[in-house]
Unconditional design. Structure first.
Length: 120
């Protein structure tokens, strides 16, 4: 985690804890970007458990980019965790349930149809 005790850093730590992101699970690398770059300012993070990665070179300050990259990573993890179960997967689940209910209804109609035909 980048040094400092700013409010943004405290909020980031709380969000990381909320979504189960441990600092030990993050692989951090630095690269030089741009012509004549003397210090590596681009930060790349890989969250090993999820396989999600981000790259940040928003500022010319490595420490700010480290903080921003972690914020981006937590945002990405949050989206991946909260989007599960929504969208097309949810629609297909309802479709499968509808087919199962129709099949059960047809089976019941067939069984009860045979049952009532014996008493005619």
């Amino acid at each position: 985690m980048p040094p400092g005790n700013s409010q943004k850093r405290v909020e980031l730590i709380q969000r990381m804890t909320e979504f189960g992101v441990d600092e030990a699970d993050i692989e951090e690398t630095f690269t030089h970007y741009g012509q004549g770059a003397t210090a590596p300012i681009c930060v790349m993070l890989l969250h090993r458990p999820s396989g999600l990665s981000v790259k940040c070179q928003a500022t010319r300050n490595q420490e700010q980019n480290r903080l921003l990259a972690r914020q981006l990573l937590v945002d990405k993890i949050e989206r991946s965790q909260t989007s599960y179960g929504k969208g097309p997967r949810f629609k297909y689940t309802n479709l499968v349930l509808a087919f199962i209910l129709i099949a059960v209804a047809l089976i019941l109609l067939t069984l009860f149809g045979k049952f009532f035909s014996e008493y005619e």
